[in-house]
Design a protein around this ligand. Structure first.
Ligand code: ATP
Ligand code: PRP
Ligand code: NIO
Ligand code: MG
Length: 549
């Protein structure tokens, strides 16, 4: 296991090169031309980016991806080859002046307001508000969505794993091999860390984002050894005296002694496995964490591991622990802990009882909950597939909707009331109760005064007339800050470690019933009375009156 230096100074790391203006849907560029052709170059728009439902049958979401959005705005520029490609690809009738216009486009006239990255967020409350020239704001849609959707889904997924695992268990992300391609894997590692994982096996993610990189070894390392003769060198120098120690002799002797303590015959244990573990211990005497389930955890892996760990102890080194990657993880972790306790007792080595037990193999939220009920003795979960592919819900449905143009509100109607957009330039506030918990998120028109502490505010359900409540907040948090304006980043994004801490502090403001795994209570999102009337007046103005025949 290796630890990464966390004290490294934060800098806005370079963006994955794939994030560029052409990483968008064709229709954004064709619309840009049609806007341009129809004289909308000076139109000013407001777009909201929001989601409609929390993922994973939960009642909260973690907002992530903001830092990457800022880097995208900062670097937004069509290169010569981009323009050349568009000229070849778009229909031949497109006027050359449009390409000249695209060539000079930047995000200098865009203003981006956002909720702080790592915050808990809720349906319908915009995460980003993008204001500026219609054409440019429109061109940003797909890329901003792709940067926020998976990031927030992953961070939420990871935060849920952290909640069920509890704070005393380590969580490692092992998903790169199973992720949705290289970019999915890289993003998964970054946002798993933000959501509360402690490290990743993904080395590039470690380098790019300054995330601790950790790992053990695979079954192939064990199966590549067949007999004790496969050991290349049996010598390890003592940690202090530098005297050469024969680790094979020591481990063989210890295997006999351990076998009588735990009542497992050394004949049953695999010599190939012992050879592999000795070789691994010689390579990593200070980081000996061995996979013990290649043949049989009880009859071979544990015995061989204890033998090598005790041999290492004779050479002045302490082993780290084991990983179990198959079988009944509750039963095997309890068995391993009992074995370590027996050895600690028999050979007067109290630290042996505290050796780390890592478990992996298709683990998900439900597995962890079940293992908790069974009283497992696992210190660390290594989690891949379910975490990084977000198998339980593979997409967060963030959308990007026009809510105002040239100062005029816009509404998108739908048969499905939940899909009707909330029009106009709005502010969002989080109102807290006397016990410090967040009570409700309130959307208001930007022209309204902010709700005041100790003042009674009428909070209304955006679409159900009879659902309303008075709230007297003991604290009011304005959710938006301007992150990008006049062509520059106004608030530097926080280092990853601080965003990771923000996730936990933000989650602490939620009542437990909102966070529980089974049938959580919904958190309320409301609109002011003013905004309620504004929505419904606009709705009536825009909804066609049908004719019955
Ligand atoms: N005690 C337990 N309670 C609940 N789920 C468990 C427990 N132990 C393991 N699991 C989960 O059960 C599944 C077992 O997977 P599977 O049936 O493939 O068995 P396996 O042990 O991997 O088999 P194999 O030896 O073939 O690799 C995994 O998803 C694992 O996380
Ligand atoms: O199970 P996940 O949550 O995706 O975690 C990652 C898995 O990747 C590794 O082996 P791999 O699955 O490649 O092979 P194995 O199952 O045969 O061990 C590891 O041993 C885990 O099992
Ligand atoms: O380091 C490990 O143990 C590891 C890394 C990736 C996938 N499975 C396990
Ligand atoms: Mg596996």
């Amino acid at each position: 296991m290796s630890n990464h230096d966390l004290t490294c100074k934060h800098k806005m790391a370079r963006q994955n090169g794939i994030v560029q203006p052409l990483l968008t849907d064709l229709y954004q560029i064709t619309m840009a031309y049609a806007y341009w052709k129809s004289g909308k170059v000076n139109d000013v728009a407001v777009f909201d980016l929001f989601f409609r439902n929390n993922p994973f049958q939960g009642e909260f979401t973690i907002f992530a991806g903001l830092e990457e959005c800022l880097k995208f705005l900062q670097n937004f520029h069509y290169s010569d080859s981009d323009i050349e490609y568009l000229m070849q690809t778009l229909p031949g009738n497109i006027e050359p002046e449009f390409f000249a216009y695209l060539k000079d486009l930047t995000c200098k006239d865009i203003k981006l307001s956002a909720i702080e990255e790592g915050s808990v967020v809720f349906p319908r409350v915009p995460l980003l508000r993008v204001e500026g020239p219609l054409i440019i704001a429109q061109l940003l849609e797909t890329t901003l969505l792709t940067l926020v959707n998976f990031a927030s889904l992953m961070a939420t997924n990871a935060a849920r794993y952290r909640m069920v695992a509890g704070k005393n268990v380590s969580l490692l992300e092992f998903g790169l091999r199973r992720a949705q391609g290289p970019d999915g894997g890289l993003s998964a590692s970054k946002y798993a860390y933000i959501g509360g994982f402690d490290g990743t096996s993904n080395v590039l993610a470690g380098k790019m984002f300054n995330i601790p990189v950790k790992g053990t070894h695979a079954h192939s390392f064990v199966t590549s050894f067949s007999t004790l003769d496969d050991i290349h060198s049996v010598i390890l120098r003592h940690a202090e005296t530098q005297e050469p120690c024969n680790l094979l002799d020591l481990a063989t002797e210890w295997r006999n002694r351990v076998s009588s303590v735990i009542d497992i015959s050394p004949e049953e244990a695999s010599d190939g496995e012992l050879a592999a573990l000795i070789s691994y211990a010689i390579a990593f005497p200070t980081g000996f964490l061995a996979l013990v389930d290649t043949y049989d955890v009880k009859r071979s892996g544990l015995l061989n591991f204890c033998a090598v760990a005790l041999a290492l102890n004779d050479c002045g080194y302490r082993a780290v622990g084991i990983r179990i990657d198959s079988g009944d993880l509750a039963y095997l972790s309890v068995l391993a802990r009992e074995t370590f306790e027996q050895i600690a007792e028999a050979f007067k080595l109290p630290w042996f009882s505290k050796l780390t037990i890592v478990a992996s193999n298709d683990i998900n939220e439900d597995t962890i909950l079940s293992l908790n009920e069974q009283g497992h003795k696992i210190d660390c979960f290594g989690i891949g597939t379910h975490l990084v592919t977000c198998q339980r819900q593979p997409a967060l449905g963030c959308v990007y909707k026009l809510v105002e143009i040239n100062g005029q509100p816009r509404i998108k109607l739908s048969q499905d009331v939940g899909k009707v957009t909330i029009p106009g330039h709005k502010e969002a506030y989080r109102l807290f109760g006397a016990d410090g918990h967040a009570l409700i998120d309130l959307l208001q028109r930007s022209s309204e005064p902010a709700p005041g502490v100790g003042q009674k505010v009428l909070c209304r359900h955006p679409f159900q007339e009879s659902k309303r409540a008075y709230v007297i907040p003991s604290k009011v948090e304005h959710l938006y800050k301007v992150y990008w304006k006049d062509g520059r980043v106004c608030i530097q994004p926080k280092p990853l470690l601080e965003v990771r801490e923000r996730v936990q502090s933000s989650l602490r403001t939620l009542r437990q019933d909102i966070k529980r795994n089974l049938n959580p209570t919904p958190y309320k999102v409301a609109v002011s009375d003013d905004l309620y009337n504004f929505i419904h007046d606009l709705w009536l103005q825009n909804a066609p009156i049908g004719e019955l025949s």
